[in-house]
Design a protein around this ligand. Structure first.
Ligand SMILES: Nc1ncnc2c1ncn2[C@@H]1O[C@H](COP(=O)(O)OP(=O)(O)OP(=O)(O)O)[C@@H](O)[C@H]1O
Ligand SMILES: [Mg+2]
Length: 264
């Protein structure tokens, strides 16, 4: 009986069109700051998802029967105490972990039940992930982190990579290796890489943790733009309540559950 349905718009789940937006979807009215916003198609669906770790007497129920829908054009924050299940929620949403029960859809495609290869493919092109602790490949330079993706997909996005790095103030570091960067610089490179393929869904786990407050605001502004101007669905875990102003929804987690959202 602990099911919460977290929806942007009133109404049940059944009338929600579930499809993956193609490319850059203009988020209708999503930039409007007053009144109810009209969001796009459902990008991410968690349907009664649970996740436990361990077995026997040592079972930790990190996520309990959690349902969530995130639409194109919306910027969702997830807050809550340490250990409340935020990273578990995000890694399941991103197909990095599988749920113990329930299912995850990316657009209308099942992610959680897909095979490992297919899941990797869906992650590559459908999800930009900024992990807690920047997830860069240690033996590749900053620019090569992007070129690796290019090579896999037979594309050339060098200019976009440099433009993104420039937007985050780290283009001068293009030739450096992750170990030569500060924590904050690494984090900004990881954010640029998450946005690189213009994925419909961006998941960011404390993307501002290693940044000073000015840089943190810059990053949040960039993520908000990705949602509100480029029509992506963005979910950001954060501990920093100062950053919540640009978010459309704030989900609070406690003991593996999303608390009911306050309605405006
Ligand atoms: N791989 C794992 N094996 C066993 N337990 C785990 C594992 N990952 C997380 N947990 C446990 O699951 C619970 C939720 O962890 P999670 O990482 O999702 O929390 P969080 O809200 O992200 O915390 P933080 O704010 O510290 O990052 C915690 O009790 C944690 O100890
Ligand atoms: Mg975490």
């Amino acid at each position: 009986m602990s099911v919460h349905e977290h929806e942007m718009t009133p109404g049940g789940q059944s009338d929600v069109p579930v499809r993956m937006p193609a490319g850059d979807v203009p988020a209708r009215d999503a930039v409007r700051s007053d009144g109810p916003r009209d969001f796009g198609a459902r990008v991410l669906t968690l349907d009664h998802v649970s996740r436990s770790y361990g077995d026997g007497d040592e079972v930790i129920h990190a996520l309990h029967d959690t349902s969530l829908g995130v639409r194109a054009g919306s910027f969702v924050a997830v807050v809550g105490p340490s250990g409340s299940g935020k990273s578990t929620l995000l890694s399941i949403a991103g197909g990095l972990r599988t749920p113990s029960a329930g299912r995850v859809l990316l657009g209308d495609r099942p992610l959680s039940s897909a095979g490992e290869r297919q899941r990797a493919r869906m992650r590559l092109t459908g999800i930009g992930f900024v992990l807690q602790g920047a997830n860069l490949v240690p033996f590749l330079t900053v620019l090569e982190q992007f070129r690796l993706v290019d090579r896999i997909l037979h594309r050339d996005g060098r200019d976009r990579a440099l433009a993104l790095l420039d937007g985050l103030g780290v283009s001068a570091l293009a030739g450096k290796y992750p170990e030569e960067l500060s924590g904050g610089e690494r984090q900004r490179v990881a954010i640029a890489r998450a946005m690189y393929l213009k994925p419909p869904l961006i998941l960011a786990d404390e993307p501002t943790a290693a940044l000073d407050s000015e840089r943190a605001f810059d990053v949040v502004r960039i993520l908000a733009d990705e949602a509100h101007h480029n029509g992506r669905a963005v979910v950001m875990v954060t501990h920093d309540t100062r950053l919540l102003g640009s978010c459309d929804r704030v989900l609070t987690m406690r003991d593996g559950r999303i608390l009911p959202e306050a309605t405006a």
